[in-house]
Ligand binder design. Structure first.
Ligand SMILES: CC(C)(COP(=O)(O)OP(=O)(O)OC[C@H]1O[C@@H](n2cnc3c(N)ncnc32)[C@H](O)[C@@H]1OP(=O)(O)O)[C@@H](O)C(=O)NCCC(=O)NCCS
Length: 169
């Protein structure tokens, strides 16, 4: 894997580069996500965007949402075409999982029914199928909802309370 550092995306220029990676790639071409729509979503205040930087260049990124019905939702993950298959996507996903598990035991994400390579990556990393959302974004294709869990929510909360109580004052 190239020498990368994963950190929060803060600048408009880097948001632009991330939006460009997504807008020019499957599955978002088939899902008809425009650059403008993608860029607006990346700028939403309820999203955390982290990129794998090589120097100042984002080679890939992951978008996380920590609010809503499914807390701990990986909204998007994408790597530049020429940087794929070198472990960057796996590193971004591992980073997102650690970030989410600080607050919640479940990581949720969707994968398009026509994206078997991404789905096999997620299944190898321990994601299981929750269900299929047919005709969800575009007619004729499904989104498969996936979950990776480290335990029930009630036990995670107890662990957090216990570690908070144990923390030095
Ligand atoms: C899916 C993706 C984020 C993985 O990142 P990566 O850096 O290529 O992944 P890694 O090097 O860590 O792992 C390689 C695995 O990724 C998957 N993968 C590789 N290229 C892919 C591509 N073009 N599309 C989908 N999955 C791909 C495969 O499962 C591959 O394993 P394999 O070589 O045994 O088939 C990246 O390939 C990508 O951006 N693909 C296009 C966009 C996409 O499908 N995003 C996911 C939407 S849910």
């Amino acid at each position: 894997m190239p020498d990368i550092v994963i950190r929060r995306v803060e600048s408009d220029a880097h948001i632009h580069e991330c939006a460009t990676i997504m807008a020019s790639s499957e599955p978002w071409l088939t899902l008809r996500r425009s650059y403008d729509e993608i860029r607006a979503r990346l700028n939403c205040s309820d999203r955390e965007v982290y990129a794998a930087f090589s120097g100042d260049e984002p080679l890939g990124f992951v978008v996380i949402m920590m609010a809503g019905a499914f807390v701990g939702y990986v909204h998007n993950i994408a790597v530049k075409t020429e940087a794929r298959g070198r472990g960057i996507g796996s590193a971004l996903l591992a980073f997102a999982e650690e970030r989410i598990w600080q607050e919640s035991p479940n990581v949720f994400m969707c994968v398009s029914s026509f994206n078997p390579r991404a789905r096999s990556l997620y299944e190898r990393r321990g994601y299981g199928v929750v269900g299929e959302l047919s005709d969800f974004i575009v007619r004729g294709h499904s989104e498969i909802l996936l979950r990776k869990t480290i335990g029930p929510i009630s036990e995670h909360k107890e662990d957090r309370v216990a570690s908070h109580v144990r923390a030095p004052s």
